[in-house]
Design a protein around this ligand. Structure first.
Ligand code: HEM
Length: 403
């Protein structure tokens, strides 16, 4: 495995690994230290550059002249390592291919198409919350956050009902690929990656998607000659990997921050239309997608630091979202702030194409909860997922229903 070779001593070097499992429990003190260290920091344990300031992360993900997505958007560098899976045909490409695929996806995920799902989503959300009220104590991941994206979202994508938990197994590997170098994966994970890639291709195939779903519309674009059959298959895969884990994590994170900030929950209780603001503040305060990676197209000087051709640079969205140069009181969870401009959904041409669908799911689920529940409390020790997609493995919660 080759990592970026440094021909000179970078001015800002850190021996810390912000993606290490221990750090993931509370990465914010280290993010602050690295943000203050310099504009572009060489992360020695990872062999990549890191940027932690809002302006730098923003430039990294929007400047198509200096940076490319073709080398992958996680820790792996496809210019130097063999990709662990076939790259995404939308996230891991540049224009003009990106423009062609993105415009098709934007059409499939149009506001009109998403609005049509709303009434079904509302019914489902009310059913989930009614069950939780009977339970009183539940797991905020398995019983609340996961129940929705794995059921209604995957129904909307149109994939088969059975074996959906395999999607989450695949997502665990995606998470791992974003934080752990492939050379450090145990052989069983490499084998699992190969097995599941084969299974997923079948799961996402044309024969297995339901007519009228987002998946079948992607195959209609294949029939219209806009994309190839293979791209269609990979795009259904992109939907289910980009759309499930992130949404589960974002909903669970919002539940956690509302439970641990009762004054903010009180605002939502008084006016349930504020659930949207709570979701946005979560995406600023502690977004599921912590890193947004790019590679340098060529050698260049960035803020006085020499970057090498095809070097990997990781933009830490969650560090940028707490940059005091951009946000007032960045370390406070305040749903009343104007959160426009956070990087929790990325920005620019690769900004999240599924964001309206994610917001709709969070809106209906949290509105159903805030309408029926007086208070929420953490009822045990939450277990966090490793970094890259920040969320919870389990989140014990108890609720008091409204009278
Ligand atoms: C709260 C939930 C979600 C979060 C936090 C999230 C986060 C993100 C982020 C940060 C990016 C930009 C990545 C980068 O620039 O490197 C992105 C892109 C993307 N997201 Fe989401 N996402 C969410 C939900 C969804 C859903 C529901 C879908 C599918 C319907 C989806 C599909 C995509 C796709 C296809 C891209 C690539 C877009 C492109 O390259 O043009 N996401 N997402």
């Amino acid at each position: 495995m080759t990592v970026a070779t440094q021909k000179y001593e970078p001015p800002y070097i850190s021996n810390q690994n912000p993606l290490a499992p221990g750090v993931a429990l509370d990465p914010f003190p280290l993010y602050k230290q690295l943000r203050e260290m310099g504009p572009v920091v060489w992360l020695e344990p990872l062999g990549v550059w890191g940027v932690f300031r809002d302006a730098m992360v923003r430039q990294l993900i929007t400047d198509q002249v200096l940076f490319t997505n073709v080398g992958g958007t996680g820790l792996q560098n496809y210019f130097r390592d063999t990709p662990w899976r076939e790259p995404s045909p939308v996230l891991e490409v540049d224009p003009p291919d990106h423009t062609r695929i993105r415009s098709m996806l934007a059409r499939v995920l149009s506001p009109g198409a998403i609005n049509k799902l709303k009434s079904k989503f509302v019914v489902e959300a009310k059913t989930i919350v009614a069950r939780l009220i009977e339970m009183r104590e539940f797991d905020g991941v398995a019983d609340f956050a996961k129940a929705f994206p794995v059921k209604v979202f995957l129904d909307a994508v149109g994939v088969a009902d059975k074996d959906r938990d395999n999607v989450l197994v695949y997502n665990d590997l995606v998470r791992k690929s974003r934080t752990v170098r492939l050379s450090d994966w145990p052989p069983e994970d490499r084998e699992a990656a190969e097995d599941i890639a084969g299974w997923l291709a079948g799961f996402c195939s044309r024969e297995n998607v339901v007519p009228g779903s987002f998946g079948s519309q992607i195959y209609e674009a294949v029939d219209a000659g806009e994309i190839s059959e293979h791209e269609g298959n990979l795009l259904v895969r992109t939907f289910i990997s980009a759309g499930t884990e992130t949404t589960i994590a974002a909903i669970a994170q919002t539940l956690f921050y509302l439970a641990t900030n009762p004054d903010q929950w009180a605002i939502v209780r008084r006016d349930t239309s504020k659930v949207r603001a709570a979701f946005e503040e979560t995406l600023r305060f502690d977004p599921p997608a912590q890193i947004l990676g790019r590679c340098a197209r060529d050698d260049f000087d960035w803020e006085g630091v020499r970057i090498g051709k095809h070097d990997k640079i990781l933009g830490f969205a969650s560090a940028a979202n707490r940059d005091p140069a951009r946000w007032l009181e960045p370390d406070r969870y305040l749903i009343t702030r104007d959160g426009v401009g956070h990087l929790g959904l990325g920005t620019g041409i690769h900004g999240c194409v599924g964001q309206m669908l994610a917001r709709l799911q969070a809106d209906v689920l949290l509105t159903a909860l805030a309408s029926e529940v007086e208070s929420i409390a953490i009822a045990g020790t939450p277990v966090r997922t490793p970094s890259a997609f920040r969320g919870f493995k389990s989140l014990p919660v108890s609720i008091t229903p409204a009278t």
